[in-house]
Design a protein around this ligand. Structure first.
Ligand code: SAM
Length: 242
């Protein structure tokens, strides 16, 4: 029995009600991990907590698992949102993977004036988030939105969620100070592209009541470094690292 296989599934998790896994997951369990009937797998679905399950039936492209015991209840505080201008090559995958490990509840790719990459592939980013959630043992998987324009993001942003915009031009307040006394789960962060935000975008941010421009210190960080750093500060100062 391979120890520690942990899978995210869509179906409900209740004792005694078998749940099917995807064809790819069945292939992974059977062909790669060589599991057989009776072997244990840990399951979570973002709603019913974490369950220990046993393989009830398995063949090349299908498997049914039988949830047996709930190991952890679904008691996870919702994390912050991260809106980000996609960056080239593996940078966007890195942002999605690290933000998932750091507990974000929603990931929103945003096209800003200086964004140089094309549309993001939502399914691929969502699969990256699932894999990171399985690995880091969180009980949920962040929602991954389709890429949207900055106008759409700002127009739909909820008034009760503070948006911290990472501003490398020095026009912001230190993030730890801005977060003091707040709750990371009720916040969101926005990082810019390789070329940064345009002057027009920065001017616009300054006029929005739900926005706080913040700085991550005197050095110019890569977008993926900035996203990671902001989430680390958020979880340490106002989030679930306490
Ligand atoms: N505009 C700069 C340029 O063209 O070299 C750099 C942009 S930086 C590579 C990408 C994004 O990371 C920025 O838009 C900002 O959101 C964030 N960032 C980088 N360094 C930062 C800092 N010291 N404080 C706050 N945000 C930062």
């Amino acid at each position: 029995m391979a120890a520690g296989i942990r899978l995210y599934i869509e179906g409900d998790l209740t004792a005694g009600a078998p749940v099917a896994v995807s064809a790819d997951q069945a292939h992974y369990l059977g062909r790669v991990m060589r599991l057989g009937v009776g072997d244990a797998v840990t399951l979570f679905n973002g709603r019913d907590g974490e369950w220990r399950a046993a393989v009830a039936r398995i063949d090349k492209r299908a498997a049914d698992l039988m949830p047996e015991t709930q190991m952890r209840p679904q008691a996870e505080a919702p994390g912050p949102w991260l809106a980000f201008a996609p960056v080239k090559k593996t940078g966007t995958d890195f942002i999605v993977q690290k933000a998932t490990e750091l507990g974000v509840s929603r990931l929103i790719p945003v096209a800003t004036a200086n964004t140089q990459t094309g549309r993001t592939k939502t399914d691929r980013l969502a699969a990256t988030a699932v894999e990171a959630a399985e690995q880091c043992e969180r009980l949920s998987v962040p929602e991954v939105s389709d890429m949207q324009t900055l106008d759409a993001l700002m127009g739909a942003w909820p008034d009760d969620r503070r948006l911290f915009i990472l501003d490398e031009t020095g026009g912001g307040v230190p993030l730890a100070q801005a977060l003091a006394g707040g709750i990371a789960g009720a916040t969101g962060f926005l990082t810019g592209p390789e070329g940064g935000f345009s002057a027009r975008e920065l001017d616009r941010f300054a006029k929005l009541s739900f926005v706080t421009r913040v700085t991550l210190g005197p050095r110019i960080l890569r977008a993926e470094t900035a996203a990671l750093a902001a989430l680390v500060v958020a979880q340490a100062v106002a989030g679930d690292w306490k």
